[in-house]
Design a protein around this ligand. Structure first.
Ligand code: FAD
Length: 440
């Protein structure tokens, strides 16, 4: 075994990286190793699966191409909230029926509670704040839709929301020229995602999980009774394998993944700390996490150290020019939505991949046609709670402690292939133009 040199760690430039103590470097896999289970991906999904398996006495390793939290789990917006699908509740009811949709929503809430409980049990100070989240109507007509949604949520799911009329926003410290009212949903809270993923890795290690960094799995194939996972400097042979690479998964590892995921970008900017006077001038003093009602939504919150975090969706290509344009667009949106802060500099900006699927729902379960290979991925940009609980449940399935019925049907459908996968980004580009038009 050997350690990678410290300068080999891949930094993404996020605020979270510098807000935590220097993260521990994982050992690189050198040579051959034997485990019961090998997990690909050291994010919430992979580590949650590994933790539960290790606690049950299973010998398990996690392999990551870079390090713990390199993927979206270490660089997201920190909104531990409901979500995990691009389907609306109405669309979910149409596809899975009311009872299954209720089960899916209860699963999302259980995910939020799981994360909160873990942080408490592990004494992890993740700078949590915000009781629930607020959706802000970005045009007056959207407030009508939010009113309708409030009634729908209460009637079908017993969720008690709080409607905020435009006039009440200033009182709540949620002012902005583009906000025309809002809907507060009582579930969820905000956290430092890097603190959470590191705590998760620590607990997984304590339970006996081996975590290998700088160990991209480049090939996965059957080798007698076991699966063999090749990395640059070694190989793991394992009885069972978990695919938890989400938006960072290699399409050829295994071939089954090819054309079944669609990585899409989300980007985040964080300002310098704001003074009381600056906060008051803008009229934004609330610590509630918020998003607007656009399809290509913006998500934002005031961090505990009074920096403002502002996130957007919609980037497609990861080259320098496209990324710079995406960050410029994001900054222009921020300036328009929070005009009093237009001169406040951005101290951090970064981006990362979320994972979309053709059916617009996640997949948690056995991979069809690949004996003893399982997957947990496709959180559609909301994976803190969803990947955490899904990883834990997947371990329960693998241990045969629970049956598939324990999972909502909405996460059980295996990922379908996109038609003409090579054109996926083009479809998305088309969808973004259409969404942008609808959002206006
Ligand atoms: C900018 C941004 C903002 C977001 N904001 C939020 C938010 O506020 N709230 C929320 O709930 N969700 C948010 N998300 C989504 C959320 O972060 C993800 O859904 C979640 O972290 C996914 O966790 P995961 O474990 O499935 O995958 P990831 O955390 O992405 O981890 C996958 C890991 O797999 C590794 N990997 C992949 N293939 C291989 C291979 N072949 N060999 C070895 N390693 C491999 C990668 O290196 C990576 O570290 C955001 C995402 C982004 C990018």
């Amino acid at each position: 075994m050997s350690f990678p040199r410290p300068d080999q760690r891949a930094f993404v430039g996020s605020y979270w990286e510098q807000s935590v103590d220097k993260p521990r470097l994982e050992r690189q896999l050198i040579g051959n190793a034997l485990f019961d289970v090998a997990v690909i991906g050291a994010g919430y999904a992979g580590l949650s699966t590994a933790l539960k398996l290790a606690q049950a006495g299973v010998s398990v390793c996690v392999l990551d191409a870079e390090h713990v939290g390199f993927g979206a789990s270490g660089r997201n917006g920190g909104f531990c909230c409901m979500g995990g699908t691009k389907l609306s509740n109405r669309q979910l009811i149409k596809r899975f029926g009311l009872e299954e949709t209720r089960k899916f929503l209860a699963f999302q809430v259980a995910g939020i509670n799981l994360v909160a409980q873990r942080l408490k049990d592990w004494d992890a100070d993740a700078g949590c704040h915000s009781k629930g989240e607020v959706y802000l109507a970005h045009r007056p007509s959207d407030l009508v839709d939010l009113k309708d949604e409030a009634a729908f949520l209460t009637q079908n799911f017993g969720i008690k929301t709080r409607l905020l009329e435009k006039g009440g926003l200033a009182e709540e410290g949620l002012s902005g020229p583009e906000f025309h009212g809002g809907l507060h949903v009582p579930y969820g809270f905000a956290l430092n995602p890097m603190v959470y993923v590191q705590a998760l890795a620590r607990e997984a290690r304590k339970a006996g999980t081996r975590i290998f960094g700088k160990s991209a799995v480049t090939r996965l194939y059957r080798d007698g009774e076991r699966w063999r996972l090749n990395t640059a400097h070694g190989a793991v042979r394992a009885k069972q394998v978990v695919l938890a690479g989400n938006g960072y998964a290699r399409e050829d590892t295994p071939k089954w993944l090819h054309g079944r995921t669609l990585p899409a970008m989300s980007s985040v900017q964080v300002t310098r700390p704001l003074t009381d006077d600056e906060l008051a001038r803008q009229g934004w003093t609330s610590d509630l996490m918020a998003s607007d009602t656009r399809i290509l939504l913006h998500y934002f919150r005031l961090l505990p150290d009074r920096r403002f975090l502002f996130g957007t969706r919609g980037g497609l290509f990861e080259n320098g020019k496209a990324l710079a344009a995406m960050q410029r667009r994001a900054r222009a949106d921020f300036d328009r939505m929070f005009p009093e802060w237009a001169a406040i500099p951005t101290d951090f900006e970064w981006h990362g991949n979320v994972c979309l699927s053709r059916r617009l729902t996640p997949f948690v379960g056995p991979v069809p046609g690949m004996d003893n290979v399982f997957a947990a991925l496709g959180w559609h940009g909301s994976g803190i709670a969803m990947a955490s609980i899904s990883g834990e449940k997947l371990a329960g399935l693998m241990l045969k402690r629970i049956g598939r019925d324990a999972l909502p049907k909405a996460v059980q459908e295996p990922l379908a292939k996109f038609p003409v996968p090579a054109l996926r980004k083009l479809y998305l580009q088309g969808a973004y133009w259409w969404y942008g038009y609808q959002d206006r």
